[in-house]
Write a protein that binds this ligand. Structure first.
Ligand code: NAP
Length: 281
């Protein structure tokens, strides 16, 4: 039997998940297909019925459905419930189970490089869905967070949630400040920079020892990362997060370690021109 998997959301036509997962299935000799299923919010209920009726074994969930899907699931992991978003679904005995691998994938992309988060001063730019899942995972790894957002109320809400969970988090507006000198890890989670636009805050004065990550991977090096590199910081784009969130999803589906290097190779070969509509997954 050929197992079926999919990515649901809108748009999904430029998603890198299908080539990444299909290459991984092929590499280990698993008979499986991975489809693109474009679904808007008002089509989600019917879409899930279609997936269940056609015996899909699991699927990834992307913009704009990560939060909308929660009430339609039979089980949600405590972590995904805390985040309020699901990016991976597995069907077990007809029951639809929801997981979130975005934050753990981000953390793994750093720890695999030997980076330890404990006690680190981390600044997150943005307070949307990606920032939230990353913040929860960073908190679990004992990092100290400062969340800065265009709409400061949202940064405050997220910071309050993190402190309510026993973590450390402060918040503020998306602006340069004292934090630049002290930051150990700076994470850019807004879509700003996908069209080559300049970032609205300057990194002048940043700690040159800081690691700087931009979740955007197309363009491969945003203006934001270019500026960080000019001050001596170590820079990474979002491709490694994409890889590890996918690898964790694969492990949830198949209960075995994925062929990580094959998945990485496919991502790096296909990475360009994926910036359509401001979302990349
Ligand atoms: P989201 O929930 O819509 O959040 C977007 C965030 O960006 C919000 O904090 C928003 O601020 C801010 N923002 C948007 N436009 C802005 C502007 N013009 N100026 C200042 N701030 C602005 O989106 P998301 O799901 O978190 O995704 C964010 C980005 O991360 C996307 O580009 C997505 O492709 C990328 N991403 C990458 C990966 C990966 O694996 N590499 C995974 C997930 C997401 P307000 O609150 O003020 O609106």
């Amino acid at each position: 039997m050929v197992n079926k998997y999919a990515i649901i959301g809108f748009p999904v036509d430029h998603s890198l998940s299908p080539p990444m997962h299909e290459a991984a299935f092929r590499a280990v000799g698993i008979q499986a297909e991975y489809h693109r299923l474009p679904l808007k919010i008002n089509e989600l209920g019917r879409g899930l019925e279609y997936l269940k009726r056609n015996n899909y074994a699991g699927w990834n969930v992307t913009y704009p459905l990560k939060e909308e899907i929660l009430p339609l699931l039979d089980y949600i992991t405590p972590e995904a419930k805390t985040i309020g978003a699901v990016n991976t679904v597995k069907v077990v005995d007809g029951l639809v189970q929801g997981f979130n691998t975005d934050g753990p994938g981000f953390v793994q992309s750093l720890t695999e490089k030997g980076y330890s988060l404990e006690g680190k001063k981390v600044v997150i730019l943005g307070a949307g869905g990606a920032a939230k899942s990353i913040a929860v995972s960073l908190m679990a790894n004992k990092a100290k967070l400062l969340i800065l957002n265009r709409t400061p109320d949202k940064a405050q809400k997220l910071a309050r949630q993190i402190t309510g969970l026993g973590g450390f988090a402060d918040w503020g507006a998306l602006a340069s400040g004292y934090w630049l000198r002290e930051v150990d890890l700076l994470i850019q989670t807004t879509p700003l920079g996908m069209k080559g636009e300049q970032y609205p805050l300057s990194l002048k004065g940043i700690n040159p020892e800081a690691w700087v990550v931009d979740l955007i991977y197309s363009p491969e090096v945003t203006e934001f990362l270019t500026e960080a590199a000019s001050y001596g910081c170590k820079i990474w784009n979002g491709l490694e997060m994409l890889l590890y969130q996918g690898a964790l999803a694969w492990k949830i589906w198949l209960d075995k370690d994925p062929p990580l290097e094959i998945m990485r190779k496919v991502l790096y070969e296909n990475r360009n021109g994926r910036e359509k509509n401001g979302f990349q997954t």
